[in-house]
Design a protein around this ligand. Structure first.
Ligand code: NAG
Ligand code: NAG
Ligand code: NAG
Ligand code: NAG
Ligand code: NAG
Ligand code: NAG
Ligand code: NAG
Ligand code: NAG
Ligand code: NAG
Ligand code: NAG
Ligand code: NAG
Ligand code: CU
Length: 626
């Protein structure tokens, strides 16, 4: 009886949905993940993760309302994997979102999974620029990432351009993530200096030439699919008219330089000149303020050209005096959605980088560094009955927050770190209502100067938090599912800079049905699909045996502090910051040597053999999802 009742109550909604998506097609992709060799920067050939034997990966394309099906097979032979469709709300299909051990189990070697979702999201038809990537074990910088475009034939700027140009930018590493992560999350790297990329790429290559015709308007759809570096982008002699960020159409805004962090997207119109007397450089410049070390010879700019006339030379990029980007906080969404009302729930997160007792560098929201639970969080929400509303069941180290239906949720993020962090929320766009300058300190809700929120805030799904600054975000909890909130710098993900939002858990239990093939890949790897974060299916509030972070350092002992002190003393003695730089570079090399010795069993410390690097790998496994 209860069942037929709920059946009838959803019927009108279904009929409405069908009438609106009458034109919808099904778009099917058969994706086999395979190793491929590639040399995109011309400096070094390496194995990369491709699809169907090819790299770069195919660009995914669909029209708004289409049903998208990805038949995904893992044929890597030696790594598990997943796919995440970045920016898509997955409304009603949270289990298709992709983060390993959050909304699904990792796809094992030889295993497969079907991702099946629609781009039609009831009121919010999602269209614009998205991307897809592995969301598991810090893996996507090995190549498994590419653009995903959803076209809306009725989009607001449909009559304003002649041609579309898809363009990705990214940083690029010569070593594989399975090599880089243990060197980074390592006690010999107590300051957490991130590996610096070797190159910058555009469209997974360099030196692109883009043939353009005079007097035309081009719609550029850009995405940063990199692991670490934000990029400044400018076109010599041309301005950009921004019309969309992260799938949110905006009122047209003119910019001469934009900044796209890892994971952000920006679509803009560019009108060509009427003359064909010259070709023009355009540049993507990696944000070197993120790099602790500047390796000799690093080419952090990548230059391509708008070619009006192929018989004319391609001019070298001119130096620009100042890297000053358009302030995305000033954008106005095209739908002019008003500021959400005062929040029903406020989540306050301080960003902290510090060491734990194992001496390795971690990242924390407040006092918690993320560690994957034994049961994927979504499966815990589905199987813990009424206790699913109690954050305890998700385990302390998934850093869970339970959100109730239609709550206005405010997330305050205070950066207690000196770096920039691009924060990303799954399952939603957020209104960005505060984004301070750097060095502003923590957000103060009692300070009237800081609470003058825009009446029509800009919305997107990834926002850059400035060094020692703060940001305040709002969204409405109208999408039942498990959604991560995390920094999109892959290294910081791997260090645990992640929180979990569990939205409407009791509603999930009613309306979500986990597909059998998703459960099957868990079973084949003996990953439990029921119970609390510790896998307890009897007493959901007993978290004994849950995965945990290492213990804290003994009080007063901070390798990070000691290293910082040593460098500042050195800098003071030598009176020269450049020396500090080289000092750091040397230290990186020294710690790398130490790690190699350690792995080779030469220093008798724990983890004395190659095999024992398994303990490193398992650390990596519990921390890294993206
Ligand atoms: C792009 O051009 C630069 C400058 O000429 C060159 O150093 C680099 O190797 C080129 N990249 C590729 C992938 O060919
Ligand atoms: C994927 O791999 C399967 C199994 O080897 C094969 O049958 C199929 O043709 C492959 N698909 C593509 C698109 O390469
Ligand atoms: C997996 O195989 C690829 C391709 O042979 C290789 O480059 C990579 O290092 C291997 N990765 C691991 C973790 O063994
Ligand atoms: C995808 O999901 C839709 C809607 O739930 C369903 O009708 C369809 O059968 C599914 N397709 C596949 C291949 O699983
Ligand atoms: C970038 O690659 C995509 C996919 O191959 C292609 O459609 C697009 O035209 C390329 N962009 C440029 C500027 O070459
Ligand atoms: C670009 O915009 C700036 C101001 O926003 C303006 O000064 C400049 O002339 C514009 N450049 C072009 C090529 O339109
Ligand atoms: C190019 O020509 C068109 C049509 O003659 C004119 O409207 C436009 O202003 C010209 N553009 C520039 C940049 O001079
Ligand atoms: C990259 O471009 C910026 C801005 O023009 C310039 O200051 C810098 O010197 C360039 N870097 C390299 C390595 O060419
Ligand atoms: C974090 O702080 C809270 C509140 O002070 C405390 O209850 C909790 O045990 C701490 N968690 C960790 C992992 O230190
Ligand atoms: C309030 O905030 C503003 C802007 O951040 C700051 O300049 C000012 O000092 C703050 N006032 C107080 C009383 O803290
Ligand atoms: C999800 O769908 C529901 C209707 O089923 C709608 O009310 C809600 O706004 C949607 N959420 C998002 C984030 O689009
Ligand atoms: Cu970060």
């Amino acid at each position: 009886m209860a069942m037929s009742l709920s059946y009838f109550s959803i019927l009108p909604a279904l009929l409405l949905a069908f009438s609106l998506i009458a034109e919808a097609a099904t778009v099917t992709y058969d994706f086999n993940a395979t190793w491929v060799r590639a040399n995109p920067d011309g400096l070094f050939e390496r194995p990369v993760i491709g699809i169907n034997g090819k790299w770069p990966l195919p660009v995914m394309e669909a029209n708004v309302g289409d049903q998208v099906i990805v038949n995904f097979q893992n044929q890597l032979g030696n790594q598990t994997t997943t796919l995440h469709f970045h920016g898509l709300f997955q409304n009603g299909t949270s289990y298709m979102d992709g983060p390993g051990q959050v909304t699904q189990c990792q796809v094992p070697d030889g295993g497969s999974i079907v991702y099946n979702f629609t781009t039609y999201e009831r009121k919010a038809q999602q269209s614009g620029m998205y991307w897809y990537h592995s969301h598991h074990q810090g893996q996507y910088p090995d190549g498994i990432r590419a653009p995903f475009i959803i076209r809306d034939p009725e989009f607001p700027y449909k009559d304003k351009y002649d041609e579309e140009i898809i363009l990705s930018v990214s940083d690029w590493y010569h070593e594989e993530m399975t090599t880089l992560i243990p060197k980074f999350l390592y006690k010999g790297n107590p300051t957490g200096a991130e590996p610096v990329p070797q190159s910058a790429l555009m469209n997974d290559t360099q030196n692109l030439t883009v043939a353009v015709q005079p007097g035309k308007t081009y719609l550029f759809r850009m995405v940063n699919i990199g692991a670490f570096a934000g990029q400044y982008i400018w076109f010599e002699g041309h301005n950009m008219t921004i019309i969309e960020v992260d799938g949110v159409f905006t009122e047209a805004a003119e910019a001469s330089m934009i900044y796209i962090s890892a994971a952000q997207r920006c679509s803009f119109l560019l009108t060509t000149k009427n003359e064909t007397t010259s070709n023009y450089a355009f540049v993507a410049s990696m944000d070197t303020s993120l790099f602790d070390v500047m390796p000799d010879g690093l080419q952090w700019n990548s230059t391509s050209h708008l070619v009006y006339n192929k018989d004319l030379p391609l001019p070298e990029a001119q130096l620009v005096d100042e890297l000053k980007e358009f302030d995305d906080f000033t954008l106005v969404p095209f739908d002019r959605e008003a500021l959400y009302p005062e929040p029903d729930q406020t989540i306050s997160l301080d960003v902290i980088m510090d060491n734990l007792g194992d001496g390795k560098p971690y990242a924390f929201f407040n006092n918690i560094t993320y560690v994957s639970p034994k049961v994927p969080t979504l499966y815990t929400a589905m199987t813990t009955g009424a206790d699913a509303s109690n954050p305890l069941v998700y385990g302390e180290y998934s850093h869970p927050f339970v959100l109730e239906k239609d709550q206005i949720v405010e997330v305050v993020v205070n950066n207690l770190d000196t770096g920039k962090h691009p924060f990303h929320l799954h399952g939603h766009n957020f209104q960005a209502i505060v984004r301070s300058d750097e060095e502003a300190g923590a957000f103060d809700a009692t300070n009237a100067t800081q609470t003058q929120y825009p009446s029509i805030p800009m919305r997107r799904d990834t926002i850059v938090l400035r060094p020692n600054g703060n940001t305040v975000l709002r969204f409405k909890a109208n999408n039942p599912g498990v959604w991560l909130f995390h920094c999109h710098i892959e290294w910081h993900m791997d260090q645990g800079l992640i929180a979990t939002f569990v939205e409407q858990p009791l509603e999930m239990q009613k309306s979500l049905i986990i597909p059998d093939d998703h459960k099957a890949i868990c079973e084949s790897q003996k990953i439990p699909t029921a119970g609390n974060a510790a896998g307890n299916t009897v007493n959901f509030l007993d978290l004994q045996g849950q995965n945990k972070a290492p213990d804290p350092l003994p009080a007063g002992f901070t390798p990070r502090g000691i290293a910082a002190l040593a460098f500042s003393v050195l800098a003071a003695i030598l009176g020269c910051a450049v020396i500090t730089w080289y000092g750091l570079a040397d230290m990186g090399a020294a710690s790398q040597r130490e790690e190699e010795r350690r792995l080779a069993g030469m220093d008798g410390s724990e983890g004395a053999t190659r095999k024992d690097s398994g303990s490193e790998a398992s650390d990596t496994k519990v921390h890294s999802l993206d």
